[in-house]
Design a protein around this ligand. Structure first.
Ligand code: NAD
Ligand code: UD1
Length: 310
């Protein structure tokens, strides 16, 4: 089948493309290369089952997809990953963030409605919950995001539910917790913490922790996330909203120490003030991920860190 992957040149997107091509599907990537890179898909160069189209999804996807669908028939399923992904960046640039993230989702859903797409899988986030006192956090916990990014992910979820209920577009929402692994780009201060810490620790440079490091995150390896995406792309799980996490929790200070140790112990650890909009605790309840999609995270943090560093 033909699957469109928005944000397919990014970290999670390129692993998703690997999996879909490996399963024999035809894939079209829509990416504006804001943070994604063609190099992430370079190993598929020459594949006649992959099209890569430069396109800003928040300006619409009909025209961009037209040449591909003319050649290969309709897009059957969409994995919608394209987004501005940094919580802190969204606090500094809320209008850009909302336009890309919520606007992009609306354009994807309009395309799905108009062309009869058979499944839209959406990359939502643990950020929709905001600061929750009791961990682990289940999907029925009231949502109260504390950042523009969390707000636009929640708004996107509501839009998915509307398109499903009123227009019959089959949708599944995955609330990713903190995803890490190979190809996560460490080059910006807005990048994922493991990619930054790994990059610095390998070079013996100091690690900077925002706050005292007692804030926790539920880190899940990208290979496990891609299995969840593949399961959600199947028929079924319509209108399901599921956490995608490991079910575990680690403090950022402990994470920093582990990465420094794995890299030979040369890096110092420094601290700076907390960043606004960030949550303090995060750990997923993962029963629904298992019950609705048959997925359990399999990669331990230690194994995943070793693989990432390698
Ligand atoms: P990433 O930055 O590597 O991937 C995002 C991709 O989207 C990039 O290739 C980027 O170029 C592309 N993109 C951004 N804006 C676009 C636009 N307007 N039009 C077309 N393409 C655009 O980040 P990632 O970690 O792979 O994130 C993928 C998705 O997963 C995002 O929706 C993100 O919000 C979500 N998510 C990620 C995490 C995580 O921990 N990495 C956690 C929760 C949710
Ligand atoms: C991450 C994702 C976001 C996702 C969310 C889901 C990225 C860039 N962000 O946000 O898309 O929706 O998980 O839970 O992938 N930190 C440091 N030092 C650093 C960098 C970060 O101490 O150099 C700390 C932060 O203050 C934060 C924690 O590490 O407490 C995680 O930060 P970050 O990796 O940016 O992720 P989230 O904000 O949790």
């Amino acid at each position: 089948m033909l699957v469109a992957v928005t944000g397919g040149a990014g970290f999670i997107g390129s692993h998703t493309v690997d999996r879909l091509l490996g399963a024999g599907h035809r894939v079209v990537v829509l990416d504006d290369f804001r943070t994604g890179r063609r190099a992430n898909l370079a190993h598929h160069a020459g594949s006649e089952r992959l099209d890569i189209i430069a396109c800003d999804v928040s300006h619409g996807i009909f025209a961009a997809l037209a040449p591909v669908t003319a050649r290969h028939g309709p897009v059957e399923r969409i994995v919608h990953l394209a987004a501005q992904v940094s919580v802190v960046h969204s606090v500094a640039n809320p209008l850009v963030d909302m336009q890309i993230n919520y606007g992009g989702t609306l354009h994807v859903l309009e395309y799905a409605r108009a062309t009869g797409v058979r499944k839209v899988v959406f990359a939502s986030s643990a950020a929709v919950y905001g600061d929750v006192a009791i961990m682990p956090v289940g999907e029925d916990t009231p949502t109260r995001p504390v950042s523009p990014y969390g707000i636009d992910k929640l708004a996107s979820e509501l839009a998915l539910d509307y398109y499903a209920a009123v227009h019959g577009v089959p949708t599944t929402t995955l609330r990713f917790f903190n995803v890490y692994g190979p190809r996560q780009d460490p080059s910006s201060p807005y990048s994922g913490v493991i990619s930054i810490f790994a990059d610095r620790a390998k070079a013996g440079r100091p690690l900077l922790i925002f706050g005292d490091g007692s804030q926790t995150r539920d880190f899940i390896y990208v290979g496990d996330v891609v299995r969840a995406i593949a399961a959600a792309l199947e028929d079924g799980a319509d209108r399901v909203v599921a956490n995608v996490g490991s079910g575990g929790e680690i403090a950022v200070l402990e994470l920093a120490r582990s990465i420094v140790e794995l890299c030979g112990g040369r890096s110092a650890i420094h601290h700076a003030p907390y960043r606004p909009g960030e949550i303090l605790k995060s750990r997923a309840q993962v029963d629904r991920l298992h019950e609705a999609l048959g997925i359990v995270a399999e990669t331990s943090l230690l194994d995943g860190l070793r693989e990432t560093l390698r």
